[in-house]
Design a protein around this ligand. Structure first.
Ligand code: PDD
Length: 291
């Protein structure tokens, strides 16, 4: 039984006691948005701090606005709730964790258009943050490709994740860590990650638009690339360029940055994590310490 403490509509309670109505629009219609924030524990395991919280809360506000759902809290109140959920779960688990936040349009008789006078359902929980292990960092991971069959609002961090779920399952069935999606011959993103390529020492990523979720790591990697004096360009990336890349990298809250060293069964570049990955991964670790 999971005894971690969660937040549900103003109450703090053990996860196993948290209940919502089957008429919640999140359950019935997937009508809601979410955020996943990494929280790092200090060396002694005691102090735990969210990483890039402001940026996560700002993206959450954008997702809510894009689905026309009023933000139930100001950023300052969200910050307090995030701190509270971290402390509420500190005795239980003193390692790194992820804070998960979800807001749905609330409980109402099933109908697709927005109900009137309904309060949103607000839910928060913590989850373990299992960073990539030494082997994954040293050897990289395998990825497969598949057509991007999702809708055209991938910039919204929607809880309607069926397209992503099917892609993650496709990776699992192909002994791969991620499915890299392609739309009309161009790279979009992973099932739950942004994708970066390096060619001749330069870094490239797809443009931030409605076809990808702008990861909180997107701007971070841009900063780290500048710091490492790498030339970075955001532009459409053709499938052929993906396949001919010297390096492919994934970023997400849970994976930080990881190298893809096999794509559809073929080695990527030298088949080992490359210099661009090493520079950015090291920069990421420094950014965590700084913040
Ligand atoms: N997913 N693209 C998609 C489709 C994602 O689901 C994610 C992250 C990202 C990377 O975003 P960020 O750098 O902010 O984590 C890109 C989270 C971790 C999840 O759904 O669990």
């Amino acid at each position: 039984m999971d005894t971690s403490i969660v937040y549900l509509n103003g109450e703090w309670l053990p996860l196993s006691n948290a209940r919502i109505s089957v008429l919640d629009r999140g359950f019935i219609l997937g009508d809601g948005v979410y955020e996943v924030i990494p929280v790092y524990a200090a060396e002694d395991g005691r102090q735990r701090r969210p990483f890039r919280l402001e940026q996560h809360l700002a993206r959450f506000a954008r997702s809510l606005a894009k689905i026309q759902l009023a933000n139930p809290f100001e950023a300052s109140s969200w910050r307090i709730l995030v701190d509270e959920i971290i402390s509420a779960n500190s005795a239980e688990n003193t390692g790194h964790c992820l804070v998960y936040i979800q807001v749905t349009r609330g409980v109402a008789p099933r109908a697709q258009a927005f109900p009137e006078n309904v309060s949103p359902t607000v839910f928060m929980m913590t989850m373990p943050l299992n960073l990539p292990d030494e082997t994954a960092l040293e050897q990289g991971v395998a990825a497969v490709t598949a057509p991007d069959a999702r809708w055209l609002h991938c910039d919204i961090k929607s809880i309607s994740l069926l397209g992503n779920v099917l892609m993650a399952q496709y990776a699992a069935e192909h002994q791969a860590s991620e499915t890299i999606q392609l739309r009309d011959g161009y790279l979009t993103e992973g099932a739950s990650s942004n994708v970066w390529i390096a060619k001749e020492g330069r870094l490239f990523a797809p443009i931030r638009n409605h076809l990808i979720l702008e990861g909180i790591r997107y701007a971070l990697i841009e900063e780290l690339a500048r710091e490492a004096k790498l030339i970075f360009e955001a532009r459409p990336i053709k499938e052929e360029e993906l396949r001919a890349a010297d390096e492919i990298m994934l970023t997400s809250a849970g994976r930080e940055m990881i190298a893809v060293t096999r794509l559809d069964g073929y080695p990527v570049g030298s088949g080992r994590p490359g210099a661009v990955f090493s520079a950015l991964h090291a920069g990421y670790q420094r950014a965590k310490e700084r913040e």
